[in-house]
Design a protein around this ligand. Structure first.
Ligand SMILES: Nc1nc2c(ncn2[C@@H]2O[C@H](COP(=O)(O)OP(=O)(O)OP(=O)(O)O)[C@@H](O)[C@H]2O)c(=O)[nH]1
Ligand SMILES: [Zn+2]
Length: 364
C-alpha cells in the first residue's frame, strides 16, 4: 500500500515556503527530517526517503546543537556530488515550535527533542501512577515549547464511573482552559473521540511516563492492518539508515503525522522554569497587583496571590502546586550552579595532575 503525499500534506505551509529564497536557493530541495541516527538524518519529500548530512558550513555556523536539524524540521538539501551518496543539508528553516527539555550542565542548556509539532498529547494514567503534579510539569514543558497541549487520561477502565467523574473534575479545576479527554485502550471507551483529535497535515507527539499506554494508543490508531505508511526508500543508497525499522515520524492513515523519538520517551524528569508563568497565567496576572515587585507570594504582606487564596478566588491546591514548582525550579538552578562549581574544581584538579605528570616527565 504505497501512498505518496505532497509537501503540503506533509505539513509544509506558506510560513515555511516564505523563508525560501527561490533564486538564491535554486536547485535545492525542501524535505522534512523523519529520523536522526548518530548525526545522520533521514529526510523525506513525502515521496521518497533518503539519508542526508549537514554541510560542513552549516555545522560550523551552528552556535549550539539547537541549530542542528532535528526530527520534524524542514530543511533544504542539495543532491550528493561525492561518492558518499548522501544528500547535504544546507539550511534548517525556522521552526514553528521546538519541543525541548532543560538539561543542567555547565550552563543550563536546552536539549532539543523535535521540531514543528502542532499539538502535544500529554498522557497520563487514571489508574495507579496518577499524579496531578507530574501532569502539571509536563504541561509547563509543553507550554515552554510553544506547542498546544491536550491532556489524555488513559485507563478509564480501572475506575468506577463515580470515581472517574470526580477525578476528571479535579483535573479540570486544576487546569482551566486545557482540553482533557479520558479514554480506555482496553475497553475502547472514548477512543473514537481521541482518534478524531488527530487531523490530517498536522504534526503531533504523545508524551508521558512509561506505561501510561502510548504505544497501545498508537497501535489502536494505526488499526488492525498496517495503516501506517512508511515512505518508499530511494534505491541507490543501500546502506546507512535504511536498516533501521524504528520510524521517528510516522503518518497515520488519515494523513496526521506523529513524532515518536527515543528522546521523547526519555522525558522523565523535566525541569521547569519559564513555563510556570504560562501554565499559571492566573497567578502571573495576580502578581502584577502585589505590593512588591519581587514578591515571592509566600509572605502575606500586600501579596495579591495570597489574598486570592484567602478569598477563595484561587484554589488552595493550585497555589500550593505553584509554590512547590517555583521552589523546585530554584533548586534546579542551584544544583546547576553547584554542578558548575564542581566541574571547575574537577578541571582544576585535572590541570594540576597534568602539569604534575609533565613535570615528572621533564625530570626524567
Ligand atoms: N487497564 C488498562 N491498561 C492499559 C491501557 N492501555 C494500555 N494499558 C496497559 O499498560 C501497559 C503499558 O502500555 P504501553 O502502551 O506499552 O505504555 P507506553 O506508554 O507506551 O510505555 P513505554 O513504551 O514504556 O513508554 C500495557 O500492559 C498495556 O496493556 C488501558 O486503557 N487500560
Ligand atoms: Zn505576591
Amino acid at each position: 500500500m504505497k501512498k505518496l503525499m505532497t509537501l503540503e500534506e506533509f505539513g509544509y505551509s506558506d510560513w515555511f515556503a516564505g523563508q525560501v529564497d527561490s533564486e538564491m536557493e535554486e536547485g535545492l530541495t525542501v524535505v522534512r527530517v523523519t529520523a536522526i541516527h548518530k548525526g545522520e538524518c533521514e529526510v523525506s519529500d513525502g515521496e521518497e526517503t533518503y539519508p542526508a548530512k549537514m554541510t560542513g558550513r552549516l555545522r560550523h555556523r551552528a552556535k549550539s546543537k539547537r541549530d542542528y536539524p532535528t526530527v520534524g524540521d524542514w530543511v533544504l538539501v542539495k543532491d550528493f556530488e561525492d561518492e558518499e551518496r548522501i544528500s547535504r543539508i544546507t539550511r534548517v528553516l525556522n521552526r514553528q515550535s521546538e519541543l525541548k527539555r532543560k538539561s543542567a550542565g555547565r550552563t543550563t542548556r536546552y536539549q532539543l527533542i523535535a521540531a514543528n509539532i502542532d499539538t502535544a498529547f500529554i498522557m497520563q494514567t487514571l489508574g495507579p501512577g496518577f499524579n496531578l503534579k507530574r501532569l502539571e510539569r509536563y504541561l509547563v514543558m509543553v507550554n515552554e515549547s510553544g506547542i498546544e497541549p491536550v491532556v489524555l487520561m488513559s485507563k478509564t477502565d480501572l475506575l468506577k464511573s463515580e470515581e472517574l467523574a470526580l477525578r476528571i473534575q479535579e483535573i479540570e479545576e486544576r487546569m482551566p482552559g486545557i482540553r482533557i479527554f479520558a479514554f480506555s485502550n482496553h475497553k475502547k471507551d472514548g477512543l473514537a473521540e481521541v482518534a478524531e483529535l488527530f487531523e490530517p497535515k498536522k504534526t503531533y507527539c504523545i508524551i508521558g511516563t512509561s506505561g501510561v499506554g502510548k504505544t497501545t494508543l498508537l497501535n489502536n490508531l494505526l488499526g488492525e492492518e498496517d495503516c501506517l505508511f512508511t515512505l518508499p526508500v530511494r534505491e541507490s543508497d543501500g546502506k546507512g539508515l535504511h536498516s533501521t525499522t524504528w520510524r521517528e515520524l510516522i503518518t497515520l492513515e488519515n494523513g496526521a503525522h506523529v513524532i515518536d523519538t527515543p528522546g521523547m520517551r526519555e522525558l522523565g524528569n523535566m525541569d521547569v522554569n519559564e513555563g510556570i508563568g504560562e501554565t499559571f497565567d492566573d497567578i502571573t496576572e495576580l502578581s502584577a497587583q502585589c505590593k512588591f515587585n519581587d514578591c515571592s507570594h509566600v509572605n502575606t504582606k500586600g501579596c495579591a496571590v495570597i489574598a486570592a487564596v484567602d478569598s477563595g478566588a484561587l484554589p488552595e491546591a493550585r497555589y500550593q502546586n505553584y509554590v512547590r514548582l517555583m521552589k523546585e525550579a530554584a533548586f534546579h538552578e542551584q544544583s546547576a550552579l553547584d554542578k558548575r562549581d564542581q566541574d571547575r574544581k574537577l578541571s582544576r584538579f585535572y590541570r594540576s595532575t597534568q602539569s604534575r605528570s609533565r613535570k615528572m616527565k621533564g625530570e626524567k
